[in-house]
Design a protein around this ligand. Sequence first.
Ligand SMILES: *Cc1c(COP(=O)(O)O)cnc(C)c1O
Length: 390
Amino acid sequence: MITTVLPTYARANLTFTKGEGTWLVEASGTRYLDLGAGIAVNALGHAHPELVQVLTQQASQLWHISNLYNIPQQQALADALVAATFADTAFFTNSGTEACELAVKMARKYWFEKGAPNRTDIIAYEGAFHGRSAAGIAAAGTEKMTKGFAPLLPGFAQLPFGDIDATRAAIDENTAAIIIEPVQGEGGIRPLPDADLQALRALCDETGTLLIMDEVQCGVGRTGRLFAHEWAGVTPDIMMVAKGIGGGFPLGAVLATENAASGMVAGTHGSTYGGNPLACAVGNKVMEIISNPDFLAEVNRKSGLLRQKLEGLIASHPDIFTGVRGTGLMLGLMCKAPNMDVVNAGYAQHILTVPAADNVVRLLPPLNITDDEISEAVARLDAAATALEG
Ligand SMILES: *Cc1c(COP(=O)(O)O)cnc(C)c1O
């Protein structure tokens, strides 16, 4: 008999009733160290006092109105994002998937309005994840996501991740845009080398192709810069944001340059809930905290500390781990043992991690994890690895 919740998730049998910072607590009182952070969502940990304050304050005033009216919290968040990034304009969604939908629509509309309605093709990359909508699965193109869901949205092709020569060869008179994660998340914490992102930017400039960056997982301070592409010193034309921006409240955004967004006039896109006062009240506080250079400097310092300890862990368990990759607090432990065994052994030590493709275990802690919690996390991973060897 089918479960009353549609059985699309392979869940661990864990039930948490409370969260405090980097910790999740079961009803029994057992505490787990959370290095998954709801898959890079709880960027400031659980129940952050300032986020609770702005959320409850807004909840007592106004939850939802429609985008038929002004929403000052939304305006403030757009202003903050535009001031802090390459972008001239922002549209708010409730999720990363919806951001993907708009990014694709925006790119196609751009060319339509420029008098090149043939330019509809989007180049994506193997190992990508852009969400589970029709556009999202067509962009990622993996059989795991697309099988049984044909006909797929046409106009997407996948190339080897960041392959510049293949991209140059693939761009033709029908290409609208490239979509890429500067650091692949679900694909196994695979950072694109800075030089490759720069080369993609140059290719796009040469051919007019729009560069869409999916920073849903790697954005909002995760890599130690506000957005991951800043490391390479190049900017996208369109960027998808979600996950961390809401600190755990559903919120996403598409940021774009004035040029890339030029086709999106009144009536071309919309959302019932996107940019609602509750989500934007939280998003403003998240941005205020995370965009502070001192906060980002701490993310980088903690990344160094965690990496250094992980190198020791890997050296002590060569049969379990082979290395670590990633940037900031978006790290992937490359495993020799099956990654799910490592994740499960972690549960037994009361630490939460997240599996990814390419046999990787993701470490995506709250960005405000403490030094003591970093030490404790690595001690628990060490115990988990020891138990696996036994
Ligand atoms: C999670 C994720 C998405 C989809 O976001 P949802 O909020 O789950 O719709 C898209 N792109 C990337 C890179 C992601 O990590």
